[in-house]
Design a protein around this ligand. Structure first.
Ligand SMILES: NC(=O)C1=CN([C@@H]2O[C@H](COP(=O)(O)OP(=O)(O)OC[C@H]3O[C@@H](n4cnc5c(N)ncnc54)[C@H](OP(=O)(O)O)[C@@H]3O)[C@@H](O)[C@H]2O)C=CC1
Ligand SMILES: O=C(CO)[C@H](O)[C@H](O)COP(=O)(O)O
Ligand SMILES: [Zn+2]
Length: 341
């Protein structure tokens, strides 16, 4: 079957390319409906990656956060028209030790492999997951990012010591907001504190116990454990501040993606017996947990709806380009495209 794939060929330039795809019985066909933009997509779109990486990964269809409707399932496990989230991570083997999102030869869509900016997406059936009908579709579009939050909080739970008093989240953007929204589901008895750079963003976090501007943290304030959700050069400053505000033997979960290596004060990491653990992407299990948490908890669903930023129906490549630009200039929330190409 001929399919149209909308690939980024160079910064700010997409091209429609026709590919011939054959469906195997283990695959289903999904028509994308709502596509949410991740910072990783923005870095490719704006050419904010090294020339070597761009040369290696482009042309490539962007977007790894999306829902769609089932068009065809040769095994009739999914009904036609059913809404599903698509899982970008496609592992080729399993391991009893390594989680599927850390396996070395897995394929991650929109990071070296075509993402969801396609007319139809052909996926292995274990790479789709049913979305409850009552979920707001713009919010459901960023289920992948919510599942990243589930993965990080699960990793933190696995690693942290018995002190669960105070969880600190550095970063007042999308990822910080998602993790703050999920934190009480994982640590109901912990205080949740958010540290950010902008008061107007911190105002969205009204449901957490305390928020602080990073320029104004009381010197004596200490957290038990911390999650770094800043990225870029902000990561170095955030990690340094966390090291100075974390109790001995605390765990720091690192989530922010930095283009260049950052410096870490290892002397203090050693002295304080800290654990630094990276958390990247998510597994099918994290998608299911994210959906289960939201299905049981309307408050968290409503909070995550407050993260919906710019939304727009897009019917042409020209509209996609202007939507990426609008999303990049937006001061709050996740940009979501209603896919009509
Ligand atoms: N590990 C994973 O699997 C994933 C990682 N990411 C990565 O996470 C990072 C954050 O993404 P996202 O939330 O969408 O981005 P946002 O830009 O929405 O959020 C980052 C926020 O952190 C603020 N910030 C910057 N420096 C600091 C600091 N030192 N202390 C506290 N806050 C700070 C930023 O302010 P300002 O704008 O002023 O800099 C911004 O408000 C990105 O690098 C992204 O690629 C995203 C998804 C999954
Ligand atoms: O957003 C993410 C997961 O949701 C990751 O940050 C993203 O996969 C990083 O990919 P890349 O190496 O291509 O920047
Ligand atoms: Zn992402």
């Amino acid at each position: 079957m001929l399919n149209q794939v909308y690939r980024l060929v160079s910064a700010r330039q997409f091209e429609s390319q026709t590919i011939d795809e054959n469906l195997t019985s283990n695959e289903i066909i999904v028509r994308p409906t709502y596509l949410s933009i991740c910072k990783a997509d923005q870095r490719y779109f704006s050419g904010n990656r090294s020339q070597t990486v761009l040369k290696q990964k482009l042309p490539m269809a962007l977007i790894h956060e999306a829902i769609g409707t089932v068009v065809f399932d040769p095994q009739n496990e999914f009904s036609v028209g059913e809404t599903v989230a698509m899982i970008p991570n496609t592992p080729s083997h399993q391991s009893k030790i390594v989680k599927e999102n850390y396996l070395s030869n897995n394929h991650f869509r929109s990071s070296g492999y075509d993402g969801f900016m396609q007319e139809y997406v052909f996926l292995r059936r274990d790479r789709v997951i049913k979305i409850p009908k009552e979920f707001e579709p713009n919010m459901a579009a960023f289920t992948e990012m919510i599942s990243v939050g589930v993965q990080a909080l699960t990793n933190l739970k696995e690693t942290m010591d018995a002190d669960q008093d105070i969880i600190g989240i550095w970063g007042d953007g999308n990822l910080g907001y998602i993790i703050a929204s999920l934190a009480k589901s994982f640590f109901p008895n912990s205080k949740v504190l958010v540290f950010g750079r902008h008061q107007y963003k911190l105002d969205y976090f009204s449901f957490v116990d305390e928020t602080y501007l990073v320029s104004d943290i009381p010197p004596e304030l200490k957290v038990s454990h911390a999650l770094e959700c800043t990225g870029g050069t902000g990561s170095q400053i955030a990690v340094d501040q966390i090291i100075n505000h974390i109790r001995p033997m605390g765990t720091i979960m690192l989530l922010g993606v930095s283009e260049n290596p950052i410096e870490i004060n290892t002397r203090l990491v050693l002295e304080r017996g800290l654990t630094l653990r990276g958390s990247s992407r998510s597994s099918r299990g994290d998608f299911q947990s994210a959906i289960d948490i939201l299905a049981k908890d309307c408050k968290t669903q409503d909070r995550l709806c407050n993260l919906i930023g710019e939304t727009q129906k897009v019917s042409s490549i020209k509209e996609v380009v202007s939507f990426f630009e609008k999303d990049s200039a937006s001061s709050w929330g996740k940009g979501v495209m209603r896919w009509a190409i």
